[in-house]
Design a binder for this molecule. Structure first.
Ligand SMILES: [Zn+2]
Length: 417
């Protein structure tokens, strides 16, 4: 047996470098990776189901706050930290004293306590990183808008979803669910109900394009690519700003606690929701374009929190929401087996992409770059994008084909809701 093992080992040592050199292993490693994806669908519950869903949300919110309170009290009075397991062990007793909790699936309740635990874990992580800590907060009914079945308590047959203790609802399946369902979350947004499946699925690499790209995230344009392509800024909030202002004014004029105020708040939340949906749609389309067209994508490490301190640009930056876009791009890149490289963008806007001369005065205006040494003239954002691509190349340390062969174009991605 030992001998067989040593033969296999020797053979593996001989073959592995060959396979690795021919990229077979790299390909296999990508293929064998699994990723977690979210699928979201809307549904219309019946009146009875709607009452049950709202009751579940209310009871989960109460449990969340009670659990948070217990942890705070235990620490204040006894200097004891209560962990998640200890709180979950109390659930049977809670059900005895509060029989209404018997109508909720036990795993949903366990997940509520898990959420409190995660909030504390995130809090301690922030302290460790010496960031602004932000102690876990009590949640209002408005902010507590979802509950999760972590493993069981639901069954999907065709477009019919059966939820334990709630009933069967019909989903508007806008796309096919491929993969293994891990968790299911029910969410309420502006009076509408959604179901979110998280699915574990295998990575499906896209065919190679042999192209790579550097990306500069700017204010004038959303993205400028190193091949000159421009993805224009969507600025949804700009166009929806007027209705947002009217709605905000309307809320502030209404009497607190009144029915009219409730209606006005709902209207305001719907506008915010529309902006959020438009933004998500735009981000997915822009990320899809990049991932479909380039094997290697180099982006800059942005410190958005610092940029937001600059108030005049702050609104525009939060408008285009870089960090969430880069997250979407990163997820899509992993899913498609693409490489996403983050580089430190020091001096990328001041350095000449033609000769490498670095000087602040090279950048004549926000838009124009003219090198003082070699007189190379180019759009300032495109120059930065080429530099980012160069830095990415250095990081990867390999040769690749230059992507500057594409025709220069201006790409307009329109968002639909
Ligand atoms: Zn130059």
């Amino acid at each position: 047996m030992e001998r067989i093992c040593s033969i296999i080992e020797a053979e593996a040592q001989r073959i592995l470098p060959i396979l690795y050199a021919s990229n077979t292993i790299k390909w296999w490693l990508i293929m064998s990776k699994t990723i977690v994806k979210a699928f979201r669908f809307s549904f219309k519950p019946s009146k009875t189901q709607s009452v049950k869903l709202n009751d579940t949300l209310y009871l989960c919110q109460q449990l969340y706050n009670a659990s948070l309170q217990e942890r705070i009290d235990a620490y204040k009075i006894n200097r004891i930290s209560i962990n998640c397991q200890a709180q979950q062990n109390q659930l049977p007793d809670i059900k005895t004293t509060n029989p209404e909790y018997k109508n909720i699936h036990s795993q949903v309740l366990q997940n509520v306590l898990k959420r409190v635990d995660l909030a504390f874990q995130a809090f301690f992580q922030r302290i460790k990183r010496k960031e602004k800590a932000g102690f876990p907060r009590f949640r209002s009914l408005n902010s507590y808008d979802s509950f999760t079945f972590p493993q069981s308590g639901f069954a999907l047959t065709g477009n019919k979803l059966t939820l334990s203790t709630i009933g069967t609802v019909k989903l508007k399946l806008s796309r096919q669910i491929i993969g293994k369902v891990k968790t299911l979350t029910i969410k309420q947004e502006c009076g509408k109900w959604f179901v979110i499946f998280t699915i574990e699925t295998a990575v499906e690499p896209l065919p190679k394009t042999d192209k790579s790209v550097g990306i500069d995230a700017g204010i004038a344009n959303f993205l400028t690519l190193s091949d000159g392509t421009i993805i224009e800024n969507p600025r949804f909030a700009e166009t929806l700003q007027k209705s947002l202002r009217v709605a905000q004014r309307s809320v502030s004029r209404k009497k607190k606690g009144g029915n009219n105020r409730k209606k006005a708040v709902l209207k305001l939340r719907k506008i915010h929701q529309k902006i959020k949906n438009c933004r998500a749609d735009f981000q997915h389309k822009a990320a899809r374009y990049l991932v479909n067209n380039y094997d290697v994508i180099c982006i800059e490490k942005l410190k958005v929190s610092n940029m937001l301190k600059n108030h005049c640009l702050g609104r525009v930056i939060s408008d285009v929401s870089w960090s969430s876009f880069f997250q979407v791009l990163s997820n899509k890149a992993v899913e498609a087996g693409r490489e996403l490289i983050k580089v430190t963008p020091n001096f990328t806007s001041q350095t000449c992409s033609n000769c490498g001369y670095c000087e602040k005065a090279n950048r004549k205006t926000q838009a124009d770059f003219v090198c003082l040494k070699c007189h190379f003239s180019i759009n300032a954002d495109e120059n930065a994008a080429i530099n980012i691509l160069g830095l990415g190349k250095n990081l990867l340390g390999s040769k690749w084909n230059n992507s500057s062969c594409l025709p220069k174009e201006s790409l307009t991605i329109t968002a639909s809701v």
